[in-house]
Design a protein around this ligand. Structure first.
Ligand code: MG
Length: 271
């Protein structure tokens, strides 16, 4: 009894601490994480207000690439993507690319800086799981800055982790999600961060994001590379980096991904 009692107390303490830290009831999220720099909310704060739901309307997809676009995914051709230097291990299904749970993230072979990026995605038609376990993926700009993808149609989760959030940093201005199995779009206008020779941050990464035709981030700063349950912070990285798509264990589909390089255009303008 005397040996069992301390063990039981430790398990009870562990359970209590876990229960205080994570709320998986009506408001999933955390209350034991750091305050986000410059904000009054904690990282993944369960009490942060949820964005207002806005029906984006029917929309018109797919959006064809403009003449100067780099096509990263057309008709399910996965050749622009790699899994650790080898061919991408995601599947070509019905002309779209589907995440194969457990296969890992995929990454573009090319690197990019400032871009206009168009992405079409579809969360699984069959609803499984809840909160962060339901239709999770993500677009990692420069392989670091995640624009979250989640089935956030009537799926409560913490605000800075819902669909179109800068994960762990900023919720979208509104929730403009379509339902499970419906094609959706992101149009992302991304400005890469600039660093000094000494590694100091000269200007942060920024993005304007349109989700299903609805503005959800208006020239918003990333506070640093995406992290989970911790404060983001910058460290110097290359001017160009690949885009990656997250395998979070759910069979998300992507199609019609294209981008326009903006850094080359600005160089021409300055000549
Ligand atoms: Mg994600």
């Amino acid at each position: 009894m005397s040996r069992i009692y301390p063990t039981c107390m430790m398990l009870l303490l562990l359970f209590t601490v876990t229960a205080i830290g994570y709320d998986d009831g009506d408001r999933p999220g955390y209350r034991d994480t750091p305050i986000i720099p410059g904000q009054k909310w904690r990282v993944h704060d369960s009490q942060r207000p949820w964005p207002t739901v806005v029906d984006p309307g029917a929309g018109s997809l797919p959006v064809p690439p403009p003449a100067d676009a780099v096509v990263l995914l057309g008709k399910g051709d996965l050749s622009a993507w790699t899994s650790g230097g080898k061919d991408a291990r995601w599947a070509n299904v019905d002309g779209a690319m589907e995440a194969r749970p457990g296969s890992g993230n995929i990454t573009t072979r090319e690197s990019f800086g400032d871009i206009q990026l168009h992405v079409e995605f579809r969360t699984p038609p069959e609803v499984k799981g809840s909160s962060q376990g339901r239709g999770n993926s993500g677009v990692f700009l420069m392989n670091r800055y995640e624009l979250q993808i989640l089935d956030s149609y009537q799926n409560p989760t913490y605000s800075d982790g819902q669909c179109a959030a800068f994960y762990g940093q900023w919720p979208p201005l509104v929730n403009a999600c379509r339902g499970p199995g419906q094609w959706q779009s992101y149009d992302i206008f991304f400005v890469a961060p600039r660093f000094g020779d000494d590694g100091s941050l000269l200007s942060p990464a920024r993005a304007t994001v349109v989700h299903n035709g609805v503005l959800v981030h208006n020239d918003r700063e990333f506070l640093g590379p995406t992290s989970h349950r911790s404060k983001p912070s910058y460290s110097k990285h290359p001017e160009m980096a690949p885009i990656s798509l997250q395998d979070h264990g759910n069979p998300i589909r992507y199609r019609n991904i294209w981008l326009r390089r903006l850094d080359e255009g600005s160089e021409k303008d300055s000549q």
